[in-house]
Design a protein around this ligand. Structure first.
Ligand code: ATP
Length: 367
């Protein structure tokens, strides 16, 4: 069942600033959806509209079969945790977590034992009776999460909950958030601009840009088969290589990628060859992640790109080589929204950028 359905939701702030632009999205019951995107793309605004903290300018917000567009925040069964969850400073961790239950009329003993149960999942057991100011940033954030979840909301919204924590704490709490939301089977929307959080936590990722969703899919889908050059450029470190090329097809239906100064040929049995051979002369963007390349010094190998090594960086588990090949590189932030892809080889369609993502891997490995 669909837990949240956004139908062409827009938000225009004063001064006519369009923060969210006719955005539609469905989140399934129990799903962990991550909203990923650069600063200012409208992630927080979208979350606040779902929580009812921000009025929707146009469009509709549905919770299951209920149109929640105009519901007051308290009637939405939605809980939200912010970057720094504000706690009641004079209440202990336990009292903070149980407070929403007391407000709802539950007796203290029941509320306390529910809070203790949640605290166990959140690794807060030993610090339950301490005041917020004596807790670490990570522990305070755990208390905020516990307090948000204690009334078992249908929808759990988190806005960059780990951004103020150090690396170790981030990893720990990230794993706990993942485990806990799975255990409680709560529908979760999680905002971040950190791609590691997105890739590790999400059932599906929605990549946002300029108030719109540019791609939605499982982490593997958006990473391996991004819908647009922007999405390809946003996910992955080091950043994907996006190279400008022209398709050349020989009289024997062999397909080559012409990079201007250099070119490489695709294998005739490559699935992408079958599509591209109908597109002689087409301008394309070739996406190739750095691990698709191997550095070789043998001049005799056919089908290789030649370049000058400009820098070599040691990063611990891997090293990154920067090689200048005289090929025009495309800036993904400047590429507009591409048309939807996934064309089958029979379709006489525009060349789908996504199909080119791993084109060079074969070439790199053959070297
Ligand atoms: P970040 O990752 O930096 O938090 P974000 O993706 O969450 O960014 P939003 O905070 O949703 O982005 O902001 C989207 C756009 O709307 C931005 O251009 C922002 O300046 C603008 N905006 C947000 N809140 C308001 C407001 N109350 N009034 C006017 N403009 C706003």
């Amino acid at each position: 069942m669909t837990a949240i359905r956004l139908e062409a939701v827009s938000k225009v702030f004063e001064g006519e600033h369009l923060a969210v632009d006719e955005l539609s999205l469905e989140v399934a019951d129990g799903e962990f959806m991550v909203l990923l995107g650069p600063s200012g793309c409208g992630k927080t605004t979208l979350l606040r509209m779902i929580a009812g903290l921000e009025r929707v300018t146009a469009g509709e917000v549905w919770f299951g079969r209920t149109n929640g567009t105009r519901l007051a925040p308290r009637d939405r069964q939605v809980a939200m945790v912010f970057q720094t969850g504000a706690l009641y400073p004079n209440r202990t961790a336990r009292e903070n977590i149980m407070f929403p239950l007391q407000i709802a009329g539950q007796d203290d003993a029941d509320a306390s034992s529910t809070a203790a149960g949640l605290a166990q999942i959140l690794s807060l057991g030993p610090v339950l009776d301490r005041l917020p100011r004596t807790l670490s940033g990570g522990q305070r954030q755990r208390v905020a999460i516990g307090r948000a979840l204690v009334r078992r909301p249908s929808v759990f919204l988190l806005d960059e909950p780990l951004s103020n924590l150090d690396t170790t704490m981030r990893t720990e709490l990230r794993q706990e958030i993942g485990a806990m939301t799975r255990d409680l089977n709560v529908t979760t929307l999680y905002v971040t601009h950190d791609q590691v959080e997105a890739l590790t936590l999400a059932d599906r990722i929605a990549v946002m840009r300029d108030g719109r969703i540019e791609d939605v899919g499982t982490p593997a889908q958006v990473y391996n088969d991004p819908a647009t050059a922007f999405v390809a450029g946003f996910l992955g470190s080091p950043r994907i290589n996006l190279l400008s090329a022209t398709i050349r097809v020989t009289s024997h239906h062999r397909v080559a990628l012409d990079f201007g100064a250099q070119s490489i040929q695709l294998s005739p049995t490559d699935r992408r060859s079958l599509i591209l051979r109908n597109h002689d002369g087409a301008q394309v963007i070739v996406g190739a992640r750095s691990n698709a390349f191997s550095l070789i010094t043998n001049q005799d190998v056919a089908n290789q790109l030649t370049g000058t090594l400009r820098a070599f960086e040691f990063h611990g588990q891997q090293s990154i080589a920067f090689v200048e090949c005289g090929i025009q590189v495309v800036d993904p932030d400047r590429v507009g929204l591409a048309r939807p892809m996934h064309a089958s080889p029979d379709q006489d369609d525009e060349v789908p950028t996504s199909l080119l993502t791993r084109l060079l891997s074969r070439v790199g490995r053959s070297g």
